[in-house]
Structures are given as structure tokens and as C-alpha cells.
Design a protein around this ligand. Structure first.
Ligand SMILES: Cc1cc2nc3c(=O)[nH]c(=O)nc-3n(C[C@H](O)[C@H](O)[C@H](O)COP(=O)(O)O)c2cc1C
Ligand SMILES: [Fe+2]
Ligand SMILES: [Fe+2]
Length: 408
């Protein structure tokens, strides 16, 4: 990878993870890969903002990129540790062994984590508070803003006054590898939309639970003059920094208000009985003019289901009864929707059962505290008959009408 000169004495460095089958956070499929970005600010003192994961290839690549800027990693004076999650901090352990002079700058909450995760003792660390500054000389002053829980409690963002760049770490990040086109102004509109879609999935998978804090962080930076958003995943937004800020604002708003007038339909079926309800469900929704994204579990992955669920104001969950409970992969979906605090949804459940059912009770118990507006379920024994299917279609239509009213 080559480094990219940004405005002023600033470089964007980055590595891509795009191995087939790689799971981000050990959990989320990233079919389009993911980038981990660092930024080098060359004042009289040299500061590197965020590092990379602890694998030899990634660490070697980052070290080579630092050298492309004309210095060796041993010449770095400061490492700005915005966030201690190992995708950005894994390299710190090795780095601290060879560069003995660098000071590590982080929030107060990150100080013990540097020791526990990377064996960097507190005497090598300078903690900063909201609004503290670090003068690198040559007119380059960094200011630190605490953005707790975006994504961990210790997370902060760093602002370079001279160039009005906000190094926002996970905030405003997206999945998707970054190749030669690093800036939004180098992208076609289609490619920019690609990164926005990747940002939504990243948001739903990684930060959705902390939407309240995302909202707070956005309010905190509202008075800063921002010309460039430089996140630690995805592209750099300098043509329209407000575009990704507004995207994140909208994603955060789905946590406590209506999302978009569309439906995410997730279904599961062992022997095809519940499956027969899928077509009438889609028909009922589409007749009302709403779009519907359809997933099947366990075949489709949770990362994509979460993104579609986060954006849609309506959910349809269709599954049979299995051993007196919901079909297990669907129970997992519901569980994850609860963990990610997917709230304020209009919801319909349908499904088949063999003798006394049980999925319905399981579903109601698990979603008791979800804050969902759940319609009466449509259940049928064994194979659905014409009347059952008509009922399903009518219920889907009713759901769509409720969604339209809710999002109007
Ligand atoms: C492993 C297994 C466990 C089941 N457990 C229950 C159950 O506890 N209660 C019930 O009413 N039906 C149970 N059933 C019956 C299914 O719910 C029924 O066959 C249903 O029509 C399956 O729908 P599907 O074709 O969409 O998978 C079970 C079926 C299987 C294969
Ligand atoms: Fe993170
Ligand atoms: Fe990250």
C-alpha cells in the first residue's frame, strides 16, 4: 500500500483486510473487506494517530508506510491512541519494545488498558481530557475530544486545528477496503453510495448499541469547523464531510424514532411450510408500495440482517416451532436484535407448527422489552391452506400501512 499525502503535513496510511472468510471482531462477515487507517502528522514532532491489528503482515505494511513518509517508526514522538480495540491498538505492544522514546497519548480510561492489553506501563503514557491540546511544533496542534462508547468507553477523537481535520476513529467509519481512491472526491457517486451502505452495515454491527453516545458525540463536534473527516475505517470525507456526519446522525436516530418506510423480512423453514408464507408476505407489503429486503436463516448472515433491520421501520419474522421454541437460528436473530437495541419497530410474526406450537410464546417472551409494536401473529398447523395464506397477505398489508403511518 502507498501512503497518501493529505492537506498540510498529514499523511493517510492504511491496511486492508480482505482475506476470504475473514470475520471482523471474530463475528461479522466482510465480503468487501475492511480497511484500518492511521494518520501521520508531521510537525516538528511526529505523531501517528492510531495503529493496526497485531498480525505480521499488517504491522510490516504500516511500518513500511511510515518509512515512505521519510521517517522510521523509531523516530515517532507520539502515538495517539484514540481507541484501545485491538484492530487499532494490537501493534502497540511490538512498537513499544523497539521505540523506547515515544509517548502514548490517550484518554484517562485508556491508561490501564494500555498496560493490560499491550504491556505499556503508565509512565510511558500521557492521558488527556476533553479539550486538551498537544503542540507538535510547526503550527500543528492536536486537540482531543472524548467520545465515550463510540465505540468503547475510553474512545476519543483527535482534531488538527491547522487543517480542520477530525480523526474520528470508529465514528464515521465504514467497511469496504480502500485502494487508490482514498478521498470521497475521487469516487463516482455509485462508489460513494457503496461506502455509505458499508457504513450502515458497519454501524449496525459495531456501534448501533451505543447510538445514544453517537448522538452525543455528533452534538459535541457540532461547533468545530470540520473540513475533513478522517476515520479509522473506510474513506476520507473531504468533499462532503457533512455527508457521512448526516448519515451517522440518521443511523443514530433510528434508535429512538422511526427508521425508513421499508421492511426487513427474515424467514426460516425446515420442510417448506413456513416458506409458503413468504411470497404472500412480500406481495402484501409490495401492494402497499413498500420495499422489502428478504433474508433466510441460517443461510444468510446476521451482519447483513442487522443492517437491513436497523434501517427498516418494519420487521417480519417468519419461523416454525422447534422443540416448543422458535426455530433456533431465528431465536439467535431475535437475540441479536435485542443486544443491538433494535427498537421502535412495527413487527409481524408468522409461522407453522406441528401439534401445540411454542414459537409464539418464546417469541413474545424474548421480545417483551424490545419496545416493538407487535401485531397479532398468523400461525398455521402444518401446511398453510388458502385461507391461511390470504390471512398472511392481509396481515403483511396491514403491517405496511402501519409503517407508512408511523414514518409519515
Ligand atoms: C426437530 C423438530 C422439532 C419440532 N418441534 C415442535 C414443537 O415443539 N411443537 C410443535 O408444535 N411442532 C414442532 N415441530 C413441528 C414443526 O413445527 C412443523 O413440522 C412445521 O410445519 C415446520 O414448518 P416448516 O416446514 O416451515 O419447517 C417440530 C419439527 C421438527 C422437525
Ligand atoms: Fe472499535
Ligand atoms: Fe475499529
Amino acid at each position: 500500500m502507498n501512503i497518501t499525502k493529505m492537506n498540510g503535513p498529514v499523511y493517510r496510511l492504511g491496511v486492508n483486510i480482505n482475506e476470504k472468510g475473514y470475520l471482523f471482531e471474530g463475528l461479522w462477515p466482510v465480503p468487501n473487506g475492511v480497511s484500518i487507517n492511521s494518520y501521520l502528522v508531521m510537525g516538528e514532532k511526529k505523531a501517528l494517530i492510531d495503529m493496526t491489528q497485531e498480525t505480521c503482515t499488517l504491522m510490516d505494511s504500516l511500518a513500511q508506510q511510515i518509512e515512505q513518509a521519510g521517517i522510521s517508526p523509531d523516530q515517532l514522538d507520539y502515538i495517539i491512541v484514540n481507541h484501545m480495540e485491538p484492530d487499532h491498538s494490537g501493534m502497540l505492544r511490538d512498537f513499544a519494545k523497539t521505540n523506547k522514546k515515544a509517548r502514548f497519548i490517550c484518554s484517562e480510561k485508556a491508561v490501564p488498558l494500555l498496560d493490560q492489553f499491550c504491556s505499556i506501563p503508565a509512565d510511558r503514557v500521557d492521558s488527556v481530557k476533553d479539550g486538551d491540546t498537544l503542540d507538535l511544533g510547526g503550527g500543528q496542534i492536536l486537540t482531543f475530544y472524548m467520545v465515550p462508547n463510540v465505540h468503547w468507553p475510553e474512545t476519543m477523537a483527535t482534531y488538527l486545528e491547522s487543517e480542520k481535520i477530525l480523526f474520528s476513529c470508529d465514528a464515521f467509519g465504514s467497511y469496504g477496503t480502500v485502494e487508490d481512491a482514498v478521498f470521497d472526491d475521487q469516487l463516482s457517486e455509485e462508489r460513494a453510495v457503496f461506502y455509505e451502505e458499508e457504513a450502515l452495515r458497519y454501524y449496525a454491527n459495531i456501534v448501533a448499541t451505543f447510538s445514544l453516545f453517537v448522538d452525543k458525540a455528533i452534538k459535541k463536534i457540532a461547533d468545530l469547523e470540520i473540513k475533513v473527516i478522517a476515520p479509522s475505517h473506510g474513506i476520507v470525507w473531504r468533499k462532503e464531510p457533512q455527508r457521512i456526519i448526516n448519515d451517522y446522525k440518521r443511523y443514530a436516530s433510528y434508535a429512538n424514532g422511526p427508521a425508513e418506510p421499508e421492511v426487513c423480512l427474515v424467514w426460516a423453514s425446515m420442510y417448506g411450510n413456513t416458506e409458503k408464507a413468504v411470497a404472500p408476505l412480500i406481495r402484501g407489503i409490495k401492494k402497499e408500495g413498500l420495499d422489502v429486503k428478504v433474508f433466510r436463516v441460517p443461510q444468510d448472515d446476521l451482519g447483513h440482517i442487522l443492517a437491513a433491520s436497523w434501517r427498516a421501520a418494519g420487521l417480519v419474522l417468519a419461523m416454525p416451532t422447534y422443540e416448543y421454541k422458535m426455530f433456533p437460528p431465528m431465536a439467535q436473530v431475535v437475540e441479536d436484535l435485542m443486544i443491538k437495541k433494535v427498537k421502535n419497530k412495527k413487527v409481524l410474526r408468522v409461522g407453522s407448527f406441528g401439534w401445540v406450537g411454542g414459537a409464539e410464546k418464546d417469541f413474545r417472551t424474548r421480545t417483551e422489552k424490545a419496545g416493538w409494536d407487535i401485531m397479532d401473529s398468523v400461525e398455521f398447523q402444518g401446511c398453510p391452506n388458502e385461507e391461511n395464506l390470504a390471512q398472511v397477505e392481509e396481515a403483511a398489508g396491514e403491517l405496511a400501512r402501519r409503517i407508512k403511518e408511523f414514518t409519515a
